[in-house]
Design a binder for this molecule. Structure first.
Ligand code: GLN
Length: 367
């Protein structure tokens, strides 16, 4: 089969076929990751995460996204928490193998790729770095420069998707999927029903793209770029993938399990700083104040949170608050930040020493 044919076959997979394939892949693994997971299993940090999962499992606030029928089908009870450290230890609790669409979390990765493709100066000329204080899908551009406000809301993300290089839509998608693969260490499929629904109902995103075309902020390959944007939102991931992406950013752009570089080290700081200021939409200021961990959420129920130099967190729970962020995911990140002093600006001694808890150098009865 030709390469394009093989790609096509992948895109045509149902979510269930994709899930089977993912399970096959996760049964492999080299000795190094086996050693890491043994350490992780023995660690009291796993008990901590179990307790956290138990603490928030029964929270029934929030509503599952329903702007397309496929997302509305999500089980509100799904709940997974995964943490990957920069030295490659993985801790997972709950529904961490359940696949869901990455949605807006993809925006952080696409921004990084746009920076690699064009450099900081050019990218900054097409998208600013200011929080909007408005909803993720607001139709608003900077009045003076006509740039979208930041790459973490739809307008800015469509602009950065436009910057992804490639001779046509297939080539651009292929580059994007390989980039995701470098972050997670495994290949990814697109959920076709979600993609087709996003594409056929995404009038608001289409309006945003045409407004930006009017101001010369995007090229005129609008349909191709919107397809790519909807495809990137429809990439299937699980909570482990999300934690691995977060840990890769925390590890300076190198996947801590595979040692493969996913992002040029010069741009890691750009991506993480925009996540801190804008990643949680119009809740970003409050998030920075209370949690202090650069993060990005998606309407599929995922949150990726990156503690530079230390670890990546990936949470999955579909019910969202009014701003579009996962309710349980927020609570988990708040607790992790508070209990282990992970807030970027924390200078007080944390209640618990992360290294001790990871290595097992503590008595879990005291938790
Ligand atoms: N596909 C969604 C959109 O473009 C992504 C939004 C999100 O995750 N916040 O509207």
């Amino acid at each position: 089969m030709s390469e394009a044919g093989a790609d096509r076959e992948k895109l045509d997979q149902t979510p269930n076929q994709a899930a089977d394939q993912a399970a096959d892949q996760s049964s492999g693994g080299d000795l190094q990751s086996l050693a890491s997971s043994i350490t992780a299993m023995a660690s009291p940090f796993r008990n901590y995460l179990n307790d956290l999962h138990e603490k928030y499992r029964s929270v029934d606030e929030g509503t599952v996204a329903d702007y397309i029928p496929e997302l509305a089908e999500a089980n509100p009870g799904w709940f997974g928490i995964c943490v990957v450290t920069t030295d490659g230890q993985l801790f997972d609790v709950g529904d961490c193998d359940q696949l869901f669409t990455i949605q807006s979390m993809s925006k952080a990765l696409t921004y990084g790729m746009a920076l690699e493709d064009h450099g900081r100066e050019y990218v900054n000329s097409k998208v600013s770095n200011e929080p909007t204080g408005e909803a993720f899908n607001s139709i608003v551009l900077d009045e003076e420069t006509n740039r979208p406000y930041n790459p973490m809301v739809n307008a800015g993300a469509i602009a950065t998707t436009d910057l992804i290089k490639g001779k046509d839509g297939t080539a651009r998608l292929k580059r994007m999927l390989s980039m995701f693969e470098r972050y997670t260490g495994r290949s990814h499929d697109i959920c076709m029903p979600v993609f087709l629904s996003e594409k056929s109902s995404g009038f608001r995103n289409r309006a945003i793209a045409y407004l930006m075309l009017n101001f010369g902020m995007v090229s005129d390959r609008i349909d191709e770029t919107l397809d790519l944007y909807f495809q990137q939102c429809s990439i299937l991931v699980n909570a482990k993938d999300i934690a691995m992406i977060s840990a890769t950013l925390a590890n300076g752009g190198v996947n801590p399990a595979t040692q493969v570089r996913a992002l040029d080290e010069h741009y890691v700081q750009d991506v993480i700083s925009v996540m801190l200021s804008c990643g949680m939409y119009d809740a970003s200021g409050d998030w920075a104040y209370r949690v202090g961990i650069p993060a990005k959420s998606g309407v599929g129920g995922g949150i990726l949170a990156t503690v530079p130099g230390k670890l990546g967190i990936g949470t999955f729970s579909p019910p969202l608050d009014v701003k579009g962020n996962s309710v349980r995911g927020i609570k988990v990140c708040e607790d992790l930040s508070k209990d282990f002093g992970l807030h970027l600006f924390n200078v007080a001694s944390p209640e618990h020493n992360l290294q001790d808890w990871l290595s097992g150098n503590t008595d879990i009865d005291h938790w």
